[in-house]
Design a protein around this ligand. Structure first.
Ligand code: SAH
Ligand code: F3S
Length: 486
């Protein structure tokens, strides 16, 4: 896309109708909705709340009061599924007091288990996969008529682009905006391609309109969400894998992730942007150049690697080697030296030897990530790894290796937080500190959290904070004034 086309999208967006959030004060039915798992699930629940607001539902924080209880579920590891099963037991207890309450399961577990859910969990009335939320009004009619209701059909074009999410549990400062759905990468350990379907991107115009609405409502920070944001590609709709058959015109006017990010940051200079998640194999340096160009794109990159061993990466079907990943990190830091980096690691994947584990530790020592999300491998039914590979690392070995990885990450996190000591940096105030009512918690561009005395500031302000102390997770400081971003 050339600059003229980008300008045209910006202009059209400005003329677009605002996505006004309709406050349904006359709604009488009560929806209790909770989400487990990724940020995408949180955002999907906001979409569901919006669809059900049209059906007369207001959300409630009180489970006992609910007419309808929905749980948005995660299948990424077995433990995540067990957590949901436990929750269903709680609903069961509440249903004894409130027998007319209906219970629905949304998200990845719904997609994975389908009708089986109804057999396995008697409490469940409704099973709805991630692409079927628009069908909720019909499904509710089914259960009102005393029938079970299941819709787990995956779609090739659903992006909920026209649904204005009802912001749940929000701090009025930061919000999520989904830009892609599904994943085509087929990492051998991962259930996501099966539960969320094929990859498709959302119309950039509807993304910018949603951001504009958030801007009008005084939100200050947007996180663009996708399983694989770097592979964002809008060419008029349809699956990413069908792009090769698109018309020449569609190809010429296609918008990639770097352009989308550039558009958003240019159009809304007072808002801060983040994105998640990147996959190293789809990450292009164009994105890093766009990050370098805009002050309002946070200098934080979550770049999951899963293992430091090329042999393991191959077994996982990650399309890069250890060396290529290191090269990518080096290039990123050449363009944005202050970039903070975080990882996801899977410990004890099929066939992982002590040498592979050492490769993971040495990669971590090379990068010295600011943060990390580390878990033992959990075999997921239906994945290639479950079908073809032996989950052969003993549980106690996984545990020991995981403890080593977590310990090393803690050391690196401390090293990273210590680098902020004595500096004065800009932070966005997100809320009150969990530990003290007298302190705010705020985040800098690199995603590091600071706590500091409240003084005259308020939630949503950009402030300059002098960093005086730190732990491995948190900075401690004092505000020295408003930043020029307010
Ligand atoms: N799209 C992202 C990952 C999304 S899933 C990427 O490109 O990597 C989020 C994280 O869950 C993954 O990064 C991985 O570390 C973890 N994960 C996924 N499947 C897992 C499994 N079977 N066992 C343990 N962790 C898993
Ligand atoms: Fe899963 Fe790999 Fe996609 S981790 S979400 S299949 S990039």
């Amino acid at each position: 896309m050339n600059m003229e086309q980008i300008e045209k999208i910006i202009d059209e967006t400005l003329q677009g109708k605002p996505l006004v959030m309709d406050c349904k004060s006359k709604n009488s039915k009560k929806l209790f909705i909770e989400s487990y798992g990724c940020q995408m699930n949180m955002n999907d629940s906001e979409i569901v709340a919006s669809i059900l607001a049209e059906q007369g539902f207001n959300t409630t924080q009180n489970l006992e009061d609910a007419d309808l209880v929905l749980v948005n579920t995660c299948s990424i590891r077995e433990k995540a599924e067990q957590t949901v099963r436990k929750r269903l037991e709680k609903y069961n207890a509440v249903k004894k007091i409130n027998p007319t309450m209906k219970v629905g399961v949304l998200g990845c577990m719904a997609e994975r288990l389908k009708e089986k859910f109804l057999e396995e969990e008697k409490i469940v009335d409704l099973v709805v996969g991630p692409d079927a939320y628009r069908d909720l009004p019909n499904l509710l009619e089914e259960i009102d008529a005393g029938r079970d209701a299941v819709n787990v059909i995956l779609s090739k074009d659903e992006t909920y682009g026209d649904v204005s999410p009802v912001r749940l549990n929000n701090n009025g400062v930061s919000a999520f905006v989904s830009i892609t759905r599904g994943c085509d990468n087929m990492c051998t350990f991962c259930v996501v391609p099966f539960t969320r379907g094929r990859e498709r991107s959302r119309d950039p115009q509807s993304i910018l309109e949603e951001i504009r609405t958030m801007h009008q409502q005084n939100f200050k920070e947007i996180t663009l969400l996708g399983q694989n944001v770097d592979s964002y590609l809008w060419y008029g709709g349809g699956l990413k894998k069908d792009y090769k058959n698109a018309s020449e015109i569609a190809k010429e006017t296609a918008v990639g992730f770097a352009e989308l990010l550039d558009l958003a940051a240019t159009k809304f200079p007072k808002m801060r942007f983040r994105f998640s998640t990147s996959n190293p194999q789809d990450m292009s340096l164009d994105v890093i150049h766009v990050m370098a160009k805009h002050k309002n794109i946070c200098k934080y990159l979550h770049l999951p690697v899963q293992s430091g061993s090329t042999k393991m990466l191959k077994a996982m079907n990650r399309q890069h080697t250890r060396e290529e990943y290191i090269q990518l990190i080096d290039n990123v830091l050449k363009i944005v030296p202050e970039m903070s980096l975080s990882q996801d690691m899977i410990i004890g994947f099929c066939g992982e030897t002590e040498e592979d584990h050492q490769d993971t530790l040495s990669l971590m020592r090379y990068v010295k990530y600011d943060y990390g999300y580390m878990f033992s491998y959990s075999e997921r039914p239906g994945t290639l790894a479950a079908k073809k590979m032996a989950d052969d690392v003993p549980e106690e070995v996984k545990k020991r290796r995981l403890a080593e990885v977590i310990q090393l990450q803690r050391e690196h996190s401390l090293l990273r937080t210590q680098q902020h000591l004595g500096k004065t940096e800009e932070f966005l105030i997100e809320g009150i500190s969990k530990k003290s009512d007298l302190h705010f918690k705020a985040r800098n561009s690199q995603n590091t959290v600071v706590v500091f005395p409240k003084e005259q500031y308020k939630i949503g302000d950009f402030v300059n904070v002098k960093i005086e102390d730190c732990t491995s997770a948190t900075l401690i400081g004092t505000a020295v004034g408003y930043s020029d971003n307010n």
